[in-house]
Structure formats: C-alpha cells, structure tokens
Ligand binder design. Structure first.
Ligand code: AMP
Ligand code: GLY
Length: 420
C-alpha cells in the first residue's frame, strides 16, 4: 500500500515510525515532514491545509491511504476533500472535527448525550459573559470557542483574571476563535487522556497517557504544547476507563451518528478524574503530541493495522495486542520556549544513540542543514523509551537525553513524577 502522512511534528514522526514497520506499507511519503522523518521516509513539500493540492499530489503518487496528523487540516475539511476524490482517509470530516474546533459544539453534544462534563455557559456578548462570571465567582475557566493553538483556555483563580480574559477574547486576542466564549465550572482532580479509535459508533481504546503541560519542574510556569508524557496513565484504571467509555465516549459518538456527522479517526478524550469518576475536559480529534509518541512505541507496527481498520470501518472485528509495558517521552525544547527562542542551533550526538523497538528519538522541530541537524521549532526532540516498568522507561529516556549535545536546548527532569 502507498501511504501519505500529513504533518511535521513528533507525532507524525512516531506515526511514520510505526507505519513504516508494517509489512503492508510499500511506499511512504510524509508531507511536509522534518529532518528525522526524512531519515526513514520520503518527504514532500505540500500545503497540507489545501485539500485540492493534497488530492492532486495523492493522485500523482498513486497513494492508497492518507493519514492526517494535526487538527488544522481536519478542521478545514481536507479529509472531506480527499474522500470526495475516492481516497481512503484516516481522520474525521470537518463536521466531526468540530468536537475540537468548537468548544460550545462539544458541550452541546455532551448535554444531548448526558455525558459528565463541567457546567458551562456559552456567550457571544462580553457583558453577558461578565455577568455570568460575577454570578459564579472564581475559580472559573474561560475558553475561546474556536481553535487557538492550545492557548485559548484561561483557568482563572480570581474573578478579575476571568473578567480580563473576557476583555482579551472579545478584544480579538485570539482572532475569530474568541468571538464566542465558553465559561466553565472549574473542575478539580487529576487529568489523564484516553485515546479511542472510532469508526462511527464502533469504538476501540488504544491506550491512556498523561502529559505535562507546564514548562517548569513540579508542573509550574507557563503552559506549553506538552513537555513530556507517559503511558499507561495509572490514574486511569481499567474501571475508570470503562466508565469513561460507557458514560462519555460511546454516548457522544452515538449522538454524532444521530446528527449525521459520524466521527472517524482517533478521539482524544481529556478527562478530569476525581473520586473514581471521570468528567470530560475536552475532546481533540487527533493524536496528542507528545502522547502519540508513547502510544506508538508501545503499539509498534500493529498501530497501522488499527488505524487502517478504523479507516475501513472494521473496528468491530479488531483488537489490540497489548504488551505489559510502559513508555515515556521527554521533550527537548529550545531555550526560551514557550516564549521567544532562537532557531538554527546545531544538535549533536544524535547518530550515536540507540534506535530500536524500545528507544527512539522522534524529531519534532528539526531540519537538515547540509549534514547537520538544526533546531527549527520550539519543541525540537522527543526522547522516547519503553520498559517493563515506568522507572525503566524513564531511565532509558533520560540516558538518551543526557547524551544529546545541544546547549541551546533544555528538558524537564521530572517527567512522570506523579506516577513514580
Ligand atoms: P483544554 O484546551 O480545554 O484542554 O484546556 C486546557 C487545560 O485547561 C486542560 O488541560 C486543563 O488543565 C485546564 N482546564 C480546562 N477546562 C477546565 C475545567 N473546566 N476545570 C479545570 N481545569 C480545566
Ligand atoms: N499534548 C497535548 C495535545 O496534544 O493537545
């Protein structure tokens, strides 16, 4: 099979790594890819948010199957355009991608499906939003309705912070994404993520993970896209996973079918867990980054069979062959991230690292400069390992991170601390 993967981050490097190992894979092209991906697959320059351009490229290259990594092309209908062209696609339609692209849509689906989530109000007017905040007090959570690259959520510990967030959002701080806001009840608990393949109403759990969103050790400092992750998430026990599937995932997916927008792809359920009860924080319509990296390392080549089965509507006859293992990924980021940082610094020592089914360095923001690898983004490398225990996975990952020679980068030393 000729396969095209869309995206350029660590998530897509991990997907490429897993797909490449599967004997069903003949030719593998990644657009646009990065320097790490280029070591194991062909890379092609392509505007992945232009569905017409992707469809033409797929036709020219005899592509049989397209796997869409990030949310942006999904939200703007690239999957729809490719399906119209007769291609097999992994990833939801634009209509179903609203589960990530519109917070108010997700809340409405949860209400209709009676799925446990935070109480909320939906506002298109700043004064009404402020009145709601004054009536409810802090802590309270203010969210831009649309996609805001992970930055549209303000967890306000004081009423003033929440009121200021309303001014920012209606003042255009998040562009069109902030023209509507959702204000939510603050939920306490421990967060974890559940990843579920979906082909309409059929669902299949493909693992749990926890990430570290804050830049600093002890989970302090500004929010990032994720500084590290591990799988499985101990807080998401088999019983809590069952409750989350029965009370949240299955009823909301059934509601999507009922509304004529069935979901197909990977559903990332962000959960808040307290006293044995999960509640939905958010849905994403793609693999988490860097959560995907730990899931792919644990699943290996079968990850492709699972994705393929979801795309072909065969999940009912599919199961996961789990090893009793743990995986961890440590993100190496450019000094200054998530604020401003420099690009172009050289990363040395990558070619002497182990690279096997238990340890891999996935590239997130790198590019080749002659025979050098240089940083080209904020999150740059995902040092990923697995082991029989989380401690073993951790030791392997950190041993690799320590031997990478990149003074212009940093990483957190405490990934997994809650679980260890
Ligand atoms: P989201 O983009 O919706 O996942 O929100 C980003 C982060 O904000 C989440 O991962 C949580 O840590 C936090 N958050 C979002 N909604 C709530 C809520 N209702 N209560 C507490 N924390 C929240
Ligand atoms: N790691 C969080 C995300 O992918 O949204």
């Amino acid at each position: 099979m000729n396969i095209l993967i869309l995206g350029s981050g660590g998530r897509e490097h991990a997907l490429t790594w897993a797909v490449k190992q599967n004997p069903k894979c003949d030719r593998l092209i990644v657009a646009p890819g990065n320097a790490g991906i280029a070591q194991i697959a062909e890379c092609a320059a392509l505007d992945i948010e232009d569905g017409g351009a992707v469809a033409s490229f797929a036709a020219e290259n005899a592509i049989d199957f397209v796997i869409i990594g990030p949310e942006a092309p999904l939200a703007c209908g690239v999957a729809d355009r490719l399906r119209e062209a007769g291609l097999l696609v992994f990833g939801p339609s634009a209509g179903a991608a609203r589960l990530e692209a519109s917070k108010s849509f997700t809340k409405e689906i949860c209400d209709a499906a009676n799925a446990p989530t935070a109480g909320y109000g939906h506002f298109t007017d700043a004064e009404a939003a402020k009145a709601h905040i004054r009536a409810n007090g802090a802590p309270i959570v203010v969210k831009a309705d649309g996609l805001a690259a992970g930055k549209g959520v303000i967890v306000a510990m004081t009423e003033q912070e929440a009121l200021d967030a309303i001014d920012d959002m209606f003042g255009g701080a998040f562009g069109g994404a902030g023209a509507e806001v959702v204000i939510e009840e603050f939920m306490e608990g421990e967060e974890a993520s559940l990843f579920v393949l979906v082909d309409g109403e059929e669902v299949l759990s493909v693992g749990t993970a926890q990430d570290h969103k804050r830049v600093g050790e002890g989970d302090t400092g500004p929010n990032t896209g994720g500084m590290g992750a591990y799988s499985p998430a101990p807080v998401l026990s088999a019983e809590i996973e069952r409750i989350a599937m029965d009370e949240i995932v299955k009823p909301t997916m059934a509601e999507m079918v009922k509304r004529g927008v069935p979901f197909q792809g990977i559903l990332y359920a962000g959960l808040m867990i307290k006293d044995g009860q999960p509640r939905l924080v958010e849905y994403n319509v793609r693999y988490g980054d860097p959560e995907c990296q730990v899931l792919m390392l644990r699943l290996g080549a079968q990850a492709f069979d699972l994705i393929h089965a979801a795309a072909e509507g065969r999940l009912a006859e599919t199961s996961v062959n789990w090893a009793d293992d743990h995986a961890m990924t440590v993100v190496m980021a450019a000094n200054g991230y998530p604020g401003s940082y420099e690009k172009g610094s050289e990363i040395k020592g990558l070619n002497i690292l182990p690279d096997d089914s238990s340890q891999v360095v996935f590239h997130a923001g790198t590019k080749a400069d002659g025979d050098k690898i240089v940083a080209s983004g904020g999150r740059v490398l995902n040092v990923t390992a697995r082991g029989a225990t989380l401690q073993e996975a951790r030791d392997r990952a950190y041993a690799m991170a320590e031997s990478i020679d990149w003074p212009e980068g940093f990483y957190r030393n405490d990934i997994g601390w809650r679980a260890l």
